[in-house]
Design a protein around this ligand. Structure first.
Ligand code: NAP
Length: 593
């Protein structure tokens, strides 16, 4: 451990930096200034990626004006050469010229790569320092997380104002390595540590708590300057990085893929709403042993378990509820105070809960499409409630096995037109965004009082669309998603979940995703490209503005309860309520049967 005593200049710089530095990048100086002008209003600490500009020197006068106009801004200038992971194609001398001139423009600090610092003549580096500008020396490892102490020692030899050690998380464990490194070096208030990559999000959120002087964020979603970078607003409003402290409990969703999971926005919103000092992270991994080590060492107090870990985790739990044991899968883990892990399956409640709000399940005839994980939760949950369950699956043997295990029946597709049901549940991925499989059911097969599609992305799946056309009441997959998440929240915190708020934020995020996808699709058409070259930017779903009430079923057979039983009365602040109706669709189309 090396004690780093800051100079007056360093102390001045440290007093100016905030927890989050927003990276600003653009291909023209006008674009950069425009983005910086927006970003500085929310976060005054900025990094200007000059290496993204074709001729950074020519842009400097505009930056001078920007700093004159924004005196509260604190700014780092970065002109990273391509050999070191940046975009600057010039020589080391050219990089040094840009960085040296940044002092006169008003930048407070420059970021110099360790490789450049080591290649420079002492006198040249001295000239840069004599300008009085702060010096941050950085090292980026794009291949993994190796020898962090060694890199620190190499950088520290230059006595810079800030030391930035950036590695890549190839696994969740790399975050732990980085966090332990930051904790070991906690005498160095000038150290910044981050793991890049999808698996590195833990380091981006928990790094500051472990001792990182600050962390970096993207200006908005889609404007990341490093792999795995999080948008500033998401970091500040969803993850509440400013409030993460030693007492903050850590939760997360674990599995793969996890990048586009809506669980973090939903659960962090719930924690914020109920003022629970907790943060919920995306934990991307296929490896259960890595996850269990993290749960033990960070520690993590609760996990939402998704594919492919739902079954595998069962043998590592101290105990599970009886239904999870029968299903053979668990989606919720609670870490007790003694460190032991307990498993629950809230997917079951996610399916039976919304149905029970609309119909009694005892004696109900319910068709389940699929025989995978979600179908198993549906079938066992429904059987426990006394429903008569029929299973239709692509692989008949799997359906037969599940039917035997659960006391259900199987049914052939040809028999559907002559059968009637109280509800049909789709527990296959058919209809999910990106899934090209043909719809399983046609209009003549939908002899049912209710359709429940567990798929929630897109908002209006082909099955929901068909139900709407036939005026059959329906429940969308968002309701299951929110319901299972709400039960997790309650298991972990012992508090009623703010279910309406959770629904609203998920709906908002899905609508944004749909809008972004539509805009991107339009942009990829050649004629659209010529009209606009600006990439649409999705703002994170931090401040949704939906103002309509949820109406999951158009004409529900049994009137849904106004509120789920276990949910507390919505707080007065929750004025806006979600709508389960997909955007743009106002009323059900009459049956075409
Ligand atoms: P899974 O374990 O992989 O099971 C998928 C099931 O769908 C299997 O029975 C499979 O049949 C069947 N299937 C897959 N592709 C098919 C095709 N092209 N034609 C006919 N059948 C097909 O998946 P899961 O975990 O059960 O999840 C299923 C879906 O439920 C997911 O895609 C997700 O959208 C949804 N889900 C939603 C929530 C929520 O919170 N709303 C939660 C969990 C799941 P075979 O046995 O023949 O392979």
């Amino acid at each position: 451990m090396s004690l780093n005593v800051p100079s007056h200049a360093s102390q001045f710089l440290r007093s100016r930096v905030a927890n989050v530095c927003v990276a600003i990048a653009g291909t023209t100086s006008a674009e950069v200034i425009e983005k910086a002008t927006v970003a500085v209003k929310e976060t005054p600490f900025l990094e200007f990626r000059l290496d993204y500009l074709e001729k950074p020197l020519l842009a400097l006068p505009r930056f001078k004006q920007f700093f004159a106009d924004n005196t509260a801004a604190t700014a780092i200038a970065t002109c990273r050469r391509s050999a070191n992971g940046g975009k600057f194609a010039g020589s080391l001398a050219a990089e040094l010229e840009v960085l040296t001139k940044c002092a006169a423009v008003g930048f407070h600090m420059v970021d110099l790569e360790l490789e450049s610092a080591e290649a420079l003549k002492k006198a040249d580096l001295q000239k840069l320092r004599e300008t009085g500008i702060g010096l941050l020396i950085s090292h980026h490892d794009f291949n993994g997380t190796h020898d962090l102490d060694g890199i620190f020692t190499r950088i520290n030899a230059f006595h810079p104002d800030f030391i930035k050690v950036v590695s890549t998380a190839k696994s969740l464990i790399d975050n732990l390595t980085l966090i332990r490194f930051l904790e070991r070096m906690n005498d160095n208030s000038n150290l910044i540590g981050i793991c890049m990559g999808d698996a590195g999000i833990i380091s981006r959120v928990l790094g500051v708590r472990a001792g990182s002087a600050f962390t970096f964020a993207a200006a908005t979603v889609g404007e990341e300057t490093g792999p795995g970078q999080i948008a500033a607003r998401t970091l500040l409003e969803t993850y509440r990085i400013d409030q993460v402290d030693a007492a903050t409990k850590v939760y997360g969703v674990a599995g793969n893929p996890i990048r586009s999971s809506l669980s973090p926005i939903m659960m962090n919103t719930a924690f914020r709403r109920e003022t629970v000092n907790a943060v919920y992270l995306a934990l991307q991994t296929n490896k259960l042993s890595d996850l269990l080590k993290l749960v033990h060492d960070i520690p993590i107090q609760g996990i939402s378990v998704t594919m492919p870990l739902k079954q595998e985790i069962m043998s590592h739990l101290e105990r599970t509820d009886p239904l999870s044991a029968r299903i053979g899968a668990c989606n919720t883990v609670l870490r007790a105070q003694d460190g032991k892990l307990y498993g629950f399956n809230t997917d079951v409640a996610g399916i039976t809960g919304p149905l029970e709000k609309r119909m009694p399940l005892a004696g109900a005839r319910i068709l389940v499409l699929g025989a995978g994980g979600a179908a198993r939760a549906a079938v066992f949950g429904l059987r426990e409630k006394g429903a008569n369950v029929f299973i239709l699956n692509r692989t008949a043997e799997t359906a037969q096995k599940l039917a035997r295990q659960s006391g259900s029946k199987t049914i052939r597709k040809e028999a559907l037109a002559k059968s009637s049901f109280d509800a049909i549940i789709n527990a296959t991925p058919i209809g999910m965004a990106g899934n090209k499989a043909a719809p399983l059911l046609e209009a003549r097969d939908l002899n049912t009082k209710l359709v429940f599609d567990l798929v929630y992305n897109p908002l209006e799946t082909p099955l929901i669309h068909l139900a709407r056309q036939l005026s059959i009441p329906f429940i969308t997959g968002i309701e299951m998603f929110v319901h299972q998440g709400a039960r997790q929240f309650e298991i972990w915190t012992g508090k009623p979940a703010p279910e309406e708020e959770m629904f609203r934020v998920v709906l908002h995020a899905l609508r944004q995703q749909a809008e972004l996808a539509a805009a991107e699709a339009a942009e990829s058409k050649p004629e659209a490209k010529s009209k606009s070259s600006a990439k649409p930017v999705a703002k994170p779903a931090a401040k949704p503005k939906a103002k309509t009430k949820p109406k999951p079923a158009a004409k529900s057979p049994a009137k849904p309860a106004a509120k789920p039983k276990s949910v507390a009365k919505p707080k007065p602040a929750a004025k806006s309520k979600p709508s389960a109706k997909p955007a743009g669709k106002k009323s059900a189309v009459k049956a075409k049967k």
